[in-house]
Design a protein around this ligand. Structure first.
Ligand SMILES: Cc1cc2nc3c(=O)[nH]c(=O)nc-3n(C[C@H](O)[C@H](O)[C@H](O)COP(=O)(O)O)c2cc1C
Length: 253
């Protein structure tokens, strides 16, 4: 395609904020002053929020939020395929049809769903290790590359070692045209927001099946795109997460 997408400000933003092995060595500390983590309006009238009167029906979700911690030490146990399927369904599964739109578990600007999911599988019962694509419409995995793809994932993500030990690594890309053809430059924001919804649903679903996950946004953009075999200015690497079973000590926390 030779239209203006690759010259858009949004893609320039992605290019200027991309990590690569050369420029990362010369990155300077940001020259922006620090802002406190918690903002308060001390003079404002305050209304205390109740912590204990939540209804029992809603309470089933409370431990999932309470116990979620970024998990970087995984048990060597395999993840059952049914558990992975649940996480993928929670991440983007189709839940309704309205007109021509197939709506999903996550919201998406304009119901355009520009985010694609790739899965590097190392230990999932009954599934050969390799790199897969999640086909959302037909709810299945498409094998793209067989073998151990975890090392390549870890390497492309600043050599974060826990990714090699995870049962599964998920990588989310944004198909820029799917969103920007409607929303223009602003669509780039929506790509990032969509990915955040998807990652959070995945991680909460992981908690629900006795797994844990760690989000990953530190990666060499071009290397991730090459690993997935996608054109980096069309399908932008956005986000990733490692997922695996918790070790017994972590389960009892
Ligand atoms: C946008 C984003 C990017 C992150 N990237 C990484 C990463 O590359 N590597 C990593 O180990 N953790 C990463 N994290 C996890 C944070 O370090 C973690 O959420 C934070 O320390 C709070 O801890 P908790 O998640 O256990 O509550 C990321 C989290 C977010 C939201």
């Amino acid at each position: 395609m030779t239209d203006k997408l690759h010259k858009s400000k949004a893609l320039q933003f992605f290019r200027t904020t991309a990590f690569d092995r050369t420029t990362i060595k010369t990155l300077k500390k940001p020259e922006f002053s620090l802002e406190e983590t918690f903002k308060t309006y001390p003079e404002a009238r305050q209304i205390m929020l109740p912590r204990t009167s939540w209804k029992l029906q809603e309470a089933r979700i409370i431990p999932l939020f309470q116990q979620r911690r970024s998990l970087r030490r995984f048990s060597s146990e395999a993840v059952p395929l049914a558990d992975l399927a649940f996480m993928l369904w929670a991440s983007q599964g189709i839940t309704a049809q309205v007109g021509n739109h197939l709506l999903r578990t996550v919201p998406s600007a304009g119901a355009l769903y520009p985010v694609e999911t790739y899965i590097s599988i190392k230990r999932v019962d009954g599934v050969s290790p390799g790199l897969y694509h999640f086909n959302v419409r037909d709810f299945l995995l498409e094998l793209l590359e067989e073998g151990d793809t975890h090392k390549k994932c870890a390497d492309a993500c600043l050599n974060q070692q826990f990714m090699e030990a995870a049962a599964v690594n998920l990588i989310w890309t944004g198909v820029a045209r799917r969103c920007m053809s409607k929303y223009g430059e602003r669509g780039a924001r929506y790509l990032l927001l969509d990915a955040a919804h998807i990652c959070q649903n995945t991680i909460i679903a992981a908690e629900a099946v006795g797994c844990g996950g760690c989000p990953v946004a530190a990666f060499y953009d071009r290397e991730v795109a090459a690993l997935l075999g996608v054109e980096e200015h069309e399908e932008l690497p956005l986000y990733a997460a490692s997922v695996g079973k918790k070790s017994k000590t972590q389960e009892s926390r």
